[in-house]
Ligand binder design. Structure first.
Ligand code: HEM
Length: 491
């Protein structure tokens, strides 16, 4: 083939030039293809290995680059350099749906992932959140069961509301999250038009070692919008990739989306002042004021989907000095699970991939492993050593936390499973309530097991009598049976 004057030479992976990329080398005009055609063999081998395991959850995602600028002095709360006012920190953000496969339609009744990687001068910090302030369950030991019941069926490969509600009928703490899920916000039509939350409490630690518990909230400057149930068929019919096309369309047009970061702050001695457990991730912190500490702007579409969005690895355990985990039981499980799955999904040296590599220098004795390219050098690969000292500044030690009691396997005391679901329901407009009961009853009508159906209805009735009554009506249920079941539930 004639090559244009400015075209780049096609090469193999060893950089040697390719003469013909259209015809395999054969034994004569009618003979078989030759194994010695290493360009053909290499091309097929590389193609055969293009896919890696998709994320076990949040497989369908979209990424964008940008920056975070801190605007408030919170040195009384945290020594983290990322919070120094005026500091501009590069970020990579990955939005996602949760239950669908990697190529699944982006319109789904599903929470949306809102994962932010801050490339700070003190190392990478990840806030791996979602678009609501709460979650379905409060103990990591339940997470695989929750996901199995909500992912496509193990038999048909199709999501099945009957299986999901079989799990939720045994999970009263999910009532508030389910109420969010079936609201119009449960079907966002734009990643730009939703908020983000860190969900769990985290600890901020200041220079004196004082601890404050905080929750993070990204407030969209674009406002919040969802798809109403009546508009879902048309919306899905129009564009299966609505969310990505919306975000990238805005970025291409120079219409950069922004979110302000707010925090709620609690003193450790105030954790127990609520009638719910403040470290239970199924709860919002009611009546705790928020303060703004910075702004996130997205401004750049990655030019390689695989090397950014697919190879990015976010983990709640990835923190920097001044930010530590709380004792929230879900968060504690997450601290293990993400880096663990990433060593499987991407390999042990995934932190060396460009999208995950910190901007701050990495200096430690971790070494080797598949595909290592860290460039560490020197034969002192241990510590302590007089030949090559590595200092450790005590100001970066983990903060100490007082403990009490014996080891145990018990549920938390202050469960309060239903009240905040009712508060959320009552905060919705008349249209919002109508859309919620319309969408939720449509899925409850798929529940074939009578006991599960009445248990679910009793949860919603317990949250709010009007909410439960309307659902009972729309699912042709016996209201007095729902009321009796609800009366037997504890607060
Ligand atoms: C103990 C409970 C949980 C476990 C064990 C868990 C586990 C996982 C795993 C294994 C992944 C895939 C990570 C990867 O392959 O890179 C993931 C992704 C994700 N999870 Fe969780 N998860 C839990 C709860 C939560 C909660 C409560 C939230 C929200 C606050 C959340 C938000 C996310 C997000 C946003 C992603 C996608 C990150 C990305 O874009 O790459 N997860 N989770």
């Amino acid at each position: 083939m004639m090559i244009g004057a400015h075209a780049q030479q096609l090469t193999r992976d060893n950089a040697s030039p390719v003469g013909d990329n259209q015809n395999s080398q054969t034994a004569g005009p009618a003979g078989p293809v030759l194994l010695q055609d290493s360009q053909l063999v290499e091309k097929l081998q590389r193609f055969d290995r293009e896919r890696i395991p998709e994320r076990v959850v949040h497989a369908r995602g979209t990424g964008a680059f940008g920056d975070f600028v801190s605007t408030a002095d919170i040195s009384d709360l945290s020594i983290a350099q990322v919070f120094t006012p005026g500091t501009k920190t590069p970020v990579f953000v990955r939005f996602s749906s949760v239950m669908g496969y990697r190529g699944s339609p982006e319109q789904a009744r599903d929470p949306r992932g809102f994962a932010v990687k801050f490339y700070t001068q003190q190392g990478n910090w990840d806030v791996v959140g979602i678009n609501w302030p709460i979650f379905f369950i409060r103990d990591a030991i339940k997470f695989p069961d929750f996901v199995h019941a909500n992912k496509p069926s193990a038999v048909t490969g199709v999501q099945d509301a009957n299986l999901a509600f079989d799990f939720f009928a045994h999970t009263p703490e999910a009532t508030s999250m389910l109420t969010h899920l079936y609201s119009d916000e449960g079907m966002p039509d734009s990643y730009r038009k939703m908020d983000g939350y860190g969900v769990h409490a985290f600890k901020l630690v200041n220079a004196n070692g004082d601890v404050h518990y905080v929750k993070f909230h990204w407030k969209s400057q674009q406002g919040i919008e969802g798809i109403r149930p009546k508009d879902i068929p048309a919306s899905i019919g129009n564009d299966w990739n609505l969310m990505t096309n919306d975000l990238y369309g805005a970025l291409k047009a120079g219409n950069d989306p922004k979110w302000d970061l707010y925090i709620q702050v609690l003193n450790p001695q105030d954790l127990d002042k609520f009638d719910y457990d403040a470290l239970d991730d199924t709860k919002v912190w009611t009546d705790v004021p928020e303060r703004k500490i910075g702004t996130l702007t997205l401004d750049r579409i990655p030019d390689n989907y695989f090397e950014s969005t697919e190879e990015s690895a976010f983990a709640p355990s990835r923190m920097v000095p001044g930010i530590e985990p709380s004792e929230d039981r879900m968060l504690q499980g997450r601290l293990f699970a993400y880096a663990d799955t990433q060593t499987y999904r991407l390999g042990v040296n995934y932190n060396q991939l460009p999208i995950n590599r910190p901007l701050a220098p990495v200096q430690n004795n971790n070494q080797d492993g598949a595909m290592n390219s860290s460039g560490r050098h020197g034969e002192v690969n241990y510590e302590p050593s007089t030949l090559h000292e590595l200092s450790q500044d005590p100001k970066y030690k983990y903060v100490s936390t007082p403990l009490a009691g014996s080891t145990q396997q018990r549920a938390i005391h202050k469960t309060l499973d239903f009240r905040q679901a009712g508060e959320y329901y009552r905060s919705l407009s008349a249209t919002g309530k109508l859309d919620l009961v319309t969408a939720l009853s449509a899925d409850l009508n798929h529940v074939t097991n009578d006991a599960n159906k009445y248990t679910m209805l009793s949860y919603f009735y317990k949250a709010d009598a009007d909410y439960g009554t309307r659902l009972a009506h729309l699912t042709h249920a016996d209201l007095s049976r729902v009321q009796t079941a609800a009366a037997s539930l504890s607060e």
